[in-house]
Design a protein around this ligand. Structure first.
Ligand code: GTR
Length: 402
């Protein structure tokens, strides 16, 4: 007995000392470190940013460059040709409520091509160009079934169309597969191989944002779509890409992040739930190489995610969280939104402000320039979330879609 006990004890001690230190994730608000955030209103040279001019021509550009160099990588704009090919169409889709178009967006650079398949349902109830929601999809393609034999709450296309919006989506695998072994195979190897050589080159999330921008190129060319009233939406990793899209590309009227968490809406310095080190370890192909410098050193970042929200200003931004999605840090997401939209208020003089504390569950706050809700339940994109996004768009556009 004693011998067995001693053996057990020595094995335990041996094992305990040999196990590499486990990364511990914090879910306790009282353990959030104290931190100070970089100031969106002071340029890197120390100039105070007070006017729209200062913001648009100085600080916003500076912030985008910081995110390019340190977090998401560059977002190359050069391309030689872009073509839109209608590959199939059904003017009586969804029982006559929608006009379905499947479009191949073909992009050429240096004699090489890639194709993004865009799925688009346009409401038929009106002859006016329709406002549109574009979803960046990373989940199983059955979530975006164009035949509608499979209908999932992740992309409730019927409900979107019924409210007078066009519902559009593409799958990230067409631009960069969501996989460490294959993420280079599409636009990175084919169109922008030089990006792969750079420490601040584009990687997975940046490629997805690039894809969303090509969908916008299409919207601008389709008379059925009102491209001035377009919203880009992403869930989780897609939400990170959505925020990066809206920060870079000023053509989007609304940028929506659903539960995007670390590297999305959540403040990195809070180290609540997922951390920079963990995300860079699990998903080394999402961010640019330089982001690794901040593993366990978030305080050295020359930015935080509130500045990504700020870079969207003056255009509208929406951040949604879920009550049980602690990994994504709902409070950190809300703080980014509330701090980042200071630019809307203090530079652009827009009315209304967020409450100082995290709003109650399912009590959306919809301001004239920004929205927030925290849904009851787990990490997911659901019809509840979509309904709130559409409420916000209705309010922003001040329209009736009939
Ligand atoms: C998790 C990842 C999150 C988030 C999520 C998702 O595994 O840690 O950052 O992106 O996946 O996309 O659902």
């Amino acid at each position: 007995m004693t011998f067995k006990y001693l053996l057990f004890l020595s094995l335990y001690v041996l094992f305990a000392y040999r196990t590499p230190a486990q990364e511990v994730f914090n879910y306790d608000e009282s353990n959030v470190p104290s931190f100070s955030l970089p100031d969106p209103f002071v340029s890197q040279k120390g100039q105070v940013i007070e006017t729209v001019q200062d913001w648009e021509f100085r600080r916003r550009k500076e912030i985008i460059t910081l995110f390019e160099n340190q977090v998401y990588g560059q977002l190359p704009r050069e391309l030689d040709n872009i073509r839109f090919q209608l590959v199939s169409e059904d003017k009586q889709a969804m029982g006559g409520s929608a006009h379905l178009k499947e479009i191949d967006i073909q992009v050429e650079r240096n004699g090489k091509n890639i194709t993004i398949r865009l799925i688009l349902f346009v409401p038929t109830q009106t002859s006016k160009p329709a406002p549109v929601f574009l979803l960046i999809t990373h989940r199983d393609p059955e979530n975006i079934d164009p035949t509608r034999n499979v209908k999932m709450g992740f992309w409730p296309a019927e409900a979107i169309v019924e409210r007078g919006f066009a519902a559009a989506t593409f799958h990230v695998k067409d631009v960069s597969d969501d996989n460490n072994d294959t993420f280079k195979e599409d636009i990175l190897n084919t169109l922008y191989p030089e990006q792969l050589e750079m420490d601040n080159g584009m990687r997975g999330l940046g490629s997805w944002a690039w894809g969303a921008m090509r969908a916008m190129d299409y919207f601008e060319a389709d008379p059925l779509i009102d491209a001035n009233r377009a919203a880009v939406v992403g869930h989780s990793r897609g939400g990170k890409a959505s925020l990066w899209t809206g920060a870079q590309d000023t053509r989007w009227a609304i940028t929506i992040s659903n539960e995007s968490g670390c590297g999305g809406a959540a403040l990195s310095r809070r180290k609540f739930g997922e951390t920079v080190k963990r995300i860079n370890t699990n998903f080394p192909y999402w961010f640019t190489d330089n982001f690794n410098q901040y593993n366990d050193r978030e305080e050295l970042l020359p930015l935080d995610q509130h500045m990504l929200v700020a870079a969207i200003a003056p255009r509208a931004v929406y951040v949604a969280s879920a009550s049980e999605d602690e990994w994504a840090d709902p409070k950190g997401e809300f703080l980014s939104l509330s701090l980042g939209t200071r630019v809307h208020r203090e530079i652009y003089g827009m009315e209304g402000r967020f409450p100082s504390a995290l709003p109650d569950v399912e009590s959306p706050v919809h301001l004239p320039y920004a929205g927030h809700h925290i849904r009851e339940g787990k990490h997911n994109l659901t019809p509840y979330d979509w309904d709130r996004f559409m409420d916000f768009a209705d309010q922003l556009y001040g329209i009736h879609h009939e």
